[in-house]
Design a protein around this ligand. Structure first.
Ligand code: GSY
Length: 175
């Protein structure tokens, strides 16, 4: 697997944790994707359209032989497999997968922008990303992501919900 990518996952409908787990398992079952790291799960206040439920968010690192367009297709397929319907753009969703980074590349395709355009402004992306990739730099701005954290206002809207690594492993669970 010769490419490394970071993917943000979010869910704010139904069994949110279950959807995150299922999404990761579907990715894992793909022969050309290896899930190499996963962040803790954070409960986060909705950003943008705020009249909706709280999200569970996390970030994973994958190693893959897929080019970015194929990786995007696979992410969309996961959303379809889990039954996501295209709701209105900023509204609630059972699962959302966004490719944040692909190697150190800057990709501007019609349906795919990498690095993800607003990733450095979103605490619900930055906090889990930094947990698993503390030294990674923004490919265009050449700034380590950890340095963006001081500048963003909504950090208190991101709360640790389930720690994945470490001793106090399970903070919350949804049955
Ligand atoms: O961009 C992903 C979907 N999304 C989210 C999200 O995942 N988490 C939070 N906290 N707010 C969000 N607003 C949108 S849209």
């Amino acid at each position: 697997m010769n490419h490394i990518a970071y993917i943000s996952l979010g869910s704010n409908i139904g069994k949110r944790e279950g959807y995150l787990e299922k999404a990761i398992n579907i990715l894992r079952s793909h022969g050309k994707i290896e899930v190499t790291k996963q962040s803790s799960i954070y409960e986060t206040d909705p950003v943008g359209y705020t009249e909706q439920g709280k999200f569970l968010n996390m970030v994973i690192e994958v190693r893959t032989n897929l080019r970015p367009e194929k990786l995007l297709q696979q992410c969309l397929q996961v959303e379809i497999d889990l039954g996501r319907e295209r709701e209105f753009k900023w509204g609630p969703r059972i699962i959302d997968l966004d490719i944040l980074l692909y190697n150190h590349e800057n990709i501007e395709a019609e349906n795919l922008l990498i690095p993800h355009p607003r990733m450095q402004e979103r605490a619900f992306v930055l906090i889990p990303l930094i947990e698993i990739a503390p030294y990674v730099e923004h490919p265009i701005l050449s700034t380590p992501f950890v340095e963006f954290l001081d500048e963003i206002p909504d950090k208190e809207g991101v709360r640790l919900w389930k720690q994945i690594n470490g001793e106090d492993a399970f903070v919350h669970s949804e049955s």
